[in-house]
Design a binder for this molecule. Structure first.
Ligand SMILES: Cc1ncc(COP(=O)(O)O)c(C=O)c1O
Length: 406
């Protein structure tokens, strides 16, 4: 199914992108093949020219990968209209990782000598790409506080070489949110291409294309896959000519393509995506409320709590505050280590969005190499625990936290 046909979002999750298999397999098989055959030279020519649909080579595309791409494109476009009032059509390209997708998107759009404008709280890998790799290719980045629209506009006006705005909302790990509608409107006034990393919110909670962004990125490794079985990333775009042209070309030539097995795992996860998200979100709300009242916790960072500085932005552009939260333990570093070591059900691991609840004590793991003063400056305080709330029975998650804190 590749047309939306007024179907519900849950139906799109189950059926979206599925095409009948030549052998009538119920589920699209894992097409483990590196190349494809043709009936004739003429047919090959037509497929190469794009005049006839067909596959050419594994790095360029694969039916198993295609299903995941079309399903996610339909989810991001769900219920949205194009400028003619028709169902918005998007194209998605699956990559080996979220970082692979971001790299393709940036290199397909930003040339040496041009600049990207972005904000402070990006996922660490994206920040490192901006700091350590892109400058070597002649692409510099300007970092501003996207909460301050006047200063953002000032910065855009001051530098004519800025050609892209890159937004991550909510951001990893701070859960900071920025106003997609206002920022995209501002960027468009100045002719910038806008890209939004929608990994934390997912299309279940937030659809950046509603605000006319040009590209949406995901680390599919997280809630979209949902089971922690495969690393992946996707770039989705509304300009189909650009997606079929320079973005496809860049994807093929950089070689960050996905593979049939991991795409199959992703599609399998996507079928239950909306059910999982509903439970993830409901559980997170209860866990956040519980932690907020706990004597051992000094504060809770959750978008659903009015105490969160971006509560209003989250409420405006997201269907629900989501399933990610962090909290600070009063006992600092030692309390963080003790808490993690005492958990019996929740899993100590990086990443997020899996069925099971994942927790990280950042100061002793992900940020152990960062000097304390720098780490604290980034908001990674000594007793900070990040939690991706899973879909277990919420009483069991809370009981595990309770026993670990006591
Ligand atoms: C918001 C966000 N964007 C991008 C990435 C990179 O994705 P991947 O690890 O799949 O390359 C991550 C990874 O954690 C992330 O959290």
């Amino acid at each position: 199914m590749t047309e939306q046909d007024n179907l519900g979002f849950d139906t799109v999750c189950v059926h979206g992108g599925h095409q009948e298999d030549g052998h009538r397999a119920h589920l699209t098989p894992i097409y483990a093949t590196s190349t494809y055959t043709y009936d004739s030279v003429e047919q090959a020519v037509n497929i190469f020219k794009g005049d006839e649909k067909g596959y050419i080579y594994g790095r360029f595309g694969n039916p198993t990968i295609n299903e995941a791409e079309d399903k996610i494109a339909m989810m991001e476009a769900y219920g949205l209209k194009d400028s003619q009032g028709n169902q918005l059509q998007l194209k998605a390209i699956l990559h080996a990782s979220g970082m692979g997708a971001i790299t393709t998107m940036v290199l397909a759009n930003v040339k040496a000598g041009e600049k990207i404008i972005t904000h402070q709280s990006l996922y660490g890998g994206t920040q490192e790409l901006i700091d350590k790799v892109l400058p070597g290719l002649g692409i510099e980045t300007i970092i501003v506080d996207f909460h301050d629209l006047a200063k953002t506009e000032e910065a855009i006006k001051a530098d004519k070489s800025i050609s892209m705005m890159y937004v991550e909302t909510p951001a990893n790990p701070t859960l900071q949110c920025v106003d997609l509608e206002a920022l995209t409107a501002l960027a468009k006034q100045h002719g910038l291409t806008v890209c939004a990393d929608n990994t934390f919110a997912t299309p279940y909670l937030q659809q950046p294309f509603k605000y006319d962004v040009d590209f949406v990125m995901h680390s599919t490794t997280k809630f979209l896959n949902g089971h922690g079985t495969a690393v992946g990333g996707i770039v989705i775009g509304r300009d189909l000519e650009k997606m079929n042209g320079i973005v496809t070309k860049t994807h093929r030539l950089l070689g960050g393509n996905s593979n049939a097995f991991e795409a199959y795992l992703l599609t399998n996860g996507l079928r239950t995506f909306s059910l999982r998200m509903e439970r993830h979100c409901g559980n997170a709300e209860k866990v956040a409320t519980y932690l907020n009242e706990h004597a051992a916790v000094s504060w809770v960072n959750y978008l659903g709590l009015e105490s969160h500085p971006d509560y209003a932005i989250g409420k405006k552009q997201m269907k629900h505050p989501g399933a990610m939260l962090s909290f600070e333990l009063k006992g600092g570093f030692d309390a963080g280590v003790k808490f993690i070591n005492s958990l019996k059900l929740c899993t100590s691991a990086v990443s997020l969005g899996t069925c099971d609840t994942l927790v990280v004590h950042a100061a002793s793991t992900t940020h152990v190499g960062v000097p304390r003063d720098k780490r604290v400056e980034y908001g990674i305080t000594d007793g900070l625990i990040r939690m991706s709330v899973g879909i277990e029975n919420v009483e069991d998650i809370i009981a595990d936290i309770e026993q670990a804190l006591s």
